[in-house]
Design a protein around this ligand. Structure first.
Ligand code: GUN
Length: 288
C-alpha cells in the first residue's frame, strides 16, 4: 500500500482563511483587531524563527501582532511584570511566551501567571484541567492541529485504537485527552514503554511526538494506519548540510500506512493555524 500524503499546508491555509474572515468580522463589529502578543526571551535561533513566523501569520490574518523581545539575562520578576501588563492590556487577546525559557526563569510560574482567558497556547493549568474534564478550554495548538488532520482524514475516530508516543504537557498528554474526547481507545507510550513496536502495531492511529529522528520504523505500522508525525528533527547530511526529518521513518512507513503526514509540510503549519484560531476564539470570548 502506498499512503496518501496528508497535506498540512493546504489544511492550514484553509483554517487561516477562515480565521481571517472571523478576524475581519470581529474588527468590523468591535472597532479593533484581535491581538496576539508574543514574548521571546533570549537568542535561541530556532525560537526566533518560530516567533517571527507566528507574528507574520498573525498580521496576514488581519490581527494585531505585538512582539516583545527580552534579553537572555531577563529575571523571572521582569518577565512576570511583562505578563501582568499584557494581561491588563485590552488590545491583547492572546499571550504566547515562547518556550524554552532561560534557566533562571521557572516556566511553570510564568505560564501560571498568564490570564487563562488569554492563554492561546493552552498551557495554563486551568486550561489543561478544563481539557481533562471535558470543559470548554483553549487547547494546545500542536495536538489540536493533529486532531484536525485526523478528523479531516478519517471523519469519526470513535472506537479506533490510537497510540500516542510521547507524554509531554505540550503534545502527548493533551493529544491523548483530545483522542479520548473523540471516543478513541488511547494508549500513551513513552521512553519506559516495553515492546513499543508491538504497542504501535495495534494502532489504527499513530501520533509520534518524541523528538527522535526516524525512531518509528516502518514494520511497526499496521497496514492502512493513519500516521501523524509531530517530530521536527534536524539531521546532518553527507554533504555537511542538514535536512529535517520526523520521528517516523517516512520512506518506509508510507509504504504501509493508509495516510501519513510529511515533515516538513504536515503538522508544523497546523500549529500556527491553530494558534491563530485560538486567538480569535479568545477575542470573541473576551468580547462576550
Ligand atoms: N516551544 C515549542 N513549541 C511551543 C509552543 O507551541 N508554544 C510555545 N509557547 N513555545 C513552544
Amino acid at each position: 500500500m502506498t499512503a496518501k500524503i496528508i497535506d498540512g499546508k493546504a489544511a492550514a491555509a484553509e483554517v487561516r482563511a477562515r480565521v481571517a474572515g472571523i478576524a475581519a468580522e470581529f474588527a468590523r463589529t468591535t472597532g479593533r483587531q484581535p491581538g496576539l502578543a508574543t514574548v521571546l526571551v533570549g537568542e535561541d535561533p530556532a525560537s526566533a524563527v518560530y516567533v517571527r513566523s507566528k507574528g507574520k501569520a498573525t498580521s496576514e490574518a488581519g490581527m494585531a501582532s505585538f512582539s516583545h523581545k527580552l534579553p537572555d539575562t531577563t529575571s523571572e520578576t521582569e518577565l512576570l511584570h511583562l505578563v501582568d501588563q499584557l494581561n491588563r492590556d485590552d488590545n491583547v487577546d492572546g499571550i504566547l511566551v515562547q518556550l524554552p525559557l532561560p534557566p533562571q526563569i521557572d516556566a511553570s510560574r510564568v505560564i501560571a501567571a498568564i490570564d487563562p482567558a488569554k492563554d492561546v497556547d493552552g498551557f495554563h493549568p486551568m486550561n489543561a484541567g478544563r481539557l481533562a474534564t471535558g470543559l470548554e478550554a483553549l487547547v494546545p495548538c500542536t495536538p489540536y492541529g493533529c486532531l484536525y488532520l485526523l478528523k479531516q482524514e478519517l471523519g469519526s475516530i470513535a472506537g479506533k485504537e490510537a497510540v500516542v508516543i510521547g507524554r509531554s504537557n505540550i503534545v502527548g498528554k493533551p493529544m491523548a485527552l483530545l483522542l479520548i474526547g473523540e471516543s478513541a481507545t488511547v494508549t500513551v507510550a513513552h521512553s519506559r514503554t516495553r515492546d513499543l513496536p508491538d504497542v504501535v502495531r495495534r494502532a489504527d492511529i499513530v501520533v509520534a511526538a518524541v523528538g527522535r529522528p526516524e525512531m518509528v520504523k516502518s514494520d511497526w505500522i499496521k497496514p492502512g494506519a493513519t500516521v501523524i508525525d509531530v517530530g521536527i528533527n534536524r539531521v546532518p547530511t553527507e554533504d555537511s548540510k542538514s535536512r529535517l526529518v520526523g520521528d517516523v521513518d517516512f520512506a518506509g512507513a508510507s509504504e504501509r500506512a493508509g495516510a501519513i503526514t510529511p515533515v516538513p509540510g504536515g503538522v508544523g503549519p497546523m500549529t500556527i493555524a491553530m494558534l491563530l484560531r485560538n486567538t480569535v476564539v479568545a477575542a470573541h470570548r473576551r468580547a462576550g
